[in-house]
Design a protein around this ligand. Structure first.
Ligand SMILES: Nc1ncnc2c1ncn2[C@@H]1O[C@H](COP(=O)(O)OP(=O)(O)O)[C@@H](O)[C@H]1O
Ligand SMILES: [Mg+2]
Length: 316
């Protein structure tokens, strides 16, 4: 099942690169279940969008979807925010309050930046996942909920566990179905596709027909997009506002030194001014990849000795 007839059907995710096709397959498979999902990927890669897609493709689609950014709630408020509180449970608790878990009942709860959740809260979260019950703050009655949980993090799981930001037991419980969301720079021609998608949406909305300049398209293709889809969307929006007919994106890209050579269908694209050492490295690695790791063929194609190739590879 490809993006075209799954995620895209919901009008929310664009992409046709192999990386996104794989993701779409995983999403579709997991959406049909009630399993807890852990989305791992850099900031701006579309984790929240994917969580929504999973919800919309699931049997819970007609129920509530709630997204909570764990990093945005002060540590002392998070328990009440998630589980609610009883009247009089603390100063200012003038009436009973229902938390996100109860609000998302029968639906899906998306917990973003899960490693920002205080560790003692992680224990309580694990308990809900195991038993499906919790207590409101200041309450003594078990509340039972049926919530599908999707969690996300932009951190490497192992190091988050090592550094004490994520409990190992919670990680294993969340990672029943881990889904890696690829950074934009690994999505090849999707970058251009997304840029055009964002431009189309703006053209439609503003009822105009603006276009990217050829130079802009070149920059869009070759920039490494450290801020991923979010950065691309922002850049397109900003360039759109100032353009009369033609979008010039260059000045909105924060760090042009991030422009990396790109490999696309057997062609390497370099920016004028790419350091020679970097160009050499990219050519060697791309050629080695082209010959499926065969060093003899690679050295022959590059016109260097096998020994030189070995030396270079050792350096890299
Ligand atoms: N594949 C995609 N197609 C269209 N829009 C996308 C896609 N991925 C991300 N976006 C958009 O990019 C922005 C960032 O996505 P978001 O889901 O908030 O990322 P994350 O949660 O990983 O930081 C949002 O505006 C989202 O709508
Ligand atoms: Mg997010």
């Amino acid at each position: 099942m490809s993006l075209d007839n799954s995620l895209k059907r919901f009008g929310i995710m664009c992409g046709s690169s192999p990386a996104m096709e794989r993701l779409a397959q995983q999403v579709e498979r997991v959406a049909a279940t009630d399993a807890t999902v852990l989305l791992v990927g850099e900031s701006g890669t579309g984790k929240e969008l994917i969580a929504k897609a999973i919800h919309q493709m699931s049997a819970r689609a007609q129920e509530t979807f709630i997204a909570v950014n764990c990093g945005a709630i002060p540590a002392h408020l998070i328990e009440a925010a998630l589980f609610g509180h009883e009247k009089g449970s603390f100063t200012g608790a003038v009436k009973q309050h229902i938390g996100y878990f109860e609000h998302a009942s029968r639906g899906t709860l998306f917990l973003d930046e899960i490693t920002e959740m205080p560790v003692d809260m992680q224990v309580k979260l694990l308990r809900v996942l195991e038993c499906g019950t919790f207590m409101r703050v200041g309450g003594d009655e078990e509340v039972k909920v049926d919530v599908r949980l999707i969690a996300a993090t932009n951190r490497d799981l192992e190091s988050a566990v090592k550094q004490g930001n994520l409990r190992e037991d919670l990680m294993y419980r969340l990672a029943v179905f881990p889904v890696r969301v690829p950074p934009l720079r690994e999505r090849g021609s999707d970058i251009e596709l997304l840029a055009n998608h964002f431009l189309d949406v703006l053209n439609e909305k503003e009822n105009c027909d603006k276009k990217f300049s050829p130079a802009s398209l070149e920059v869009i293709r070759s920039y490494s997009w450290p801020g991923n889809v979010r950065e691309l969307k922002n850049v397109v929006q900003r360039a759109f506002i100032l353009a009369t007919d033609t979008l010039e994106v260059e000045e909105y890209i924060s760090d042009l030194s991030n422009r990396k050579p790109t490999l696309h269908e057997g062609y390497l694209n370099f920016f004028v001014g790419t350091p020679l050492a970097e160009a050499q490295r990219e050519i060697i690695l791309a050629t080695l990849k082209h010959y499926s790791g065969n060093k003899r063929l690679t050295a022959e194609a590059l016109g260097i000795s096998l020994k030189t190739l070995y030396n270079r590879l050792k350096e890299y």
